[in-house]
Design a protein around this ligand. Structure first.
Ligand SMILES: [Zn+2]
Length: 293
């Protein structure tokens, strides 16, 4: 009986923790899909080789693997859960490895580390496959503004919102949904509602974004993971991501924030493609960033 209760408690903890580190399956799929369209033929072949045997052997298909570990391999998920975000300790958006990324356990450092494994032909293929899946996921995460926070509330997880929405939550959160109002927090709003309110499926949505940006959003420099985290962090205040009220209308909030979310998805896709082309195609030359004024 005791064991059973412990199991249930563990399960409840895992399920309640569920929204904490996702940029919604949709956002991750979009980043993967847009990146795949920008791979060189050589990089495409390498990705295909590395993902052979996957249920859905594409960047979009593996983009949520790192979040799915929560259920498929809880121990590994626990060991890697801090890789999905960075909290800026000193309330400034500029990344400081010592203060913000203890033992390399944050999104900025892990993108570099996983990329190094992916690039290394002496690594076993299984290690390179997992590294690829982490890179795809983490580049998506670092572009989600709430994954790079300086508000001291765990990326908006501590900012409670009563959200008026027609989007029904997944089974684990059903008990928080009453009379069209979802008891949630700002982080989850970004994970599930800002893009989710569009009602579009990922391929259709990727086609739309591709048509409007041709993969490369205007004035996007390649930069590096620390810059991407800094951008995310600065965009939170620049766009007024924190609503004034703790009661919000999901459709209205999503309408106001979707241009930002879509821009971050497109930037993530473009930058992910540059990283993967650089890692997997020896003939590829990454675009050189012009100095910013
Ligand atoms: Zn994540």
């Amino acid at each position: 009986m005791k064991i059973k209760t412990a199991h249930l408690l563990l399960l409840a903890t895992v399920l309640l923790a569920a929204p904490a580190v996702a940029w919604a399956p949709l956002g991750h799929r979009l980043v993967g899909d847009l990146a795949q369209r920008q791979l060189t033929p050589t990089a495409q072949r390498e990705v295909k080789r590395l993902l052979a045997g996957e249920k859905e052997p594409s960047l979009a298909g593996v983009a949520n693997w790192a979040d799915e570990l929560r259920n498929t391999d809880p121990a590994r998920f626990k060991a890697t859960s801090k890789w999905h975000y960075v909290n800026h300790a000193n309330q400034q958006c500029v990344f400081n490895a010592e203060a913000d990324c203890k033992d390399g356990n944050c999104v900025v450092t892990q993108i570099d580390r996983q990329l190094a494994i992916l690039k290394d032909p002496t690594q076993p293929i299984q290690a390179r496959r997992d590294a690829l899946k982490f890179v795809v996921h983490l580049v998506g995460d670092v572009h989600q503004p709430m994954h790079s926070s300086d508000h001291g509330d765990a990326g908006g997880n501590g900012y409670q919102v009563s959200l008026k929405t027609r989007v029904e939550p997944e089974a684990y959160a059903k008990d928080k949904y009453k009379n069209g109002v979802m008891g949630t927090n700002l982080h989850s709003m970004w994970d599930y509602y800002v893009l989710g309110e569009s009602g579009m499926r990922s391929r259709e949505y990727a086609d739309k974004l591709w048509a409007s940006t041709h993969g490369r959003p205007r004035a996007t420099r390649v930069g590096d993971p620390a810059l991407w985290a800094q951008e995310s962090c600065e965009l939170v205040d620049a766009w007024g991501v924190y609503p004034e009220s703790h009661e919000e209308d999901s459709a209205e909030y999503a309408k106001a924030m979707r241009p930002l979310a879509e821009r971050r998805v497109a930037q993530g896709g473009y930058r992910l493609a540059v990283l993967l082309n650089s890692a997997l195609d020896p003939a590829y030359r990454a675009p050189v960033d012009l100095p910013q004024k």
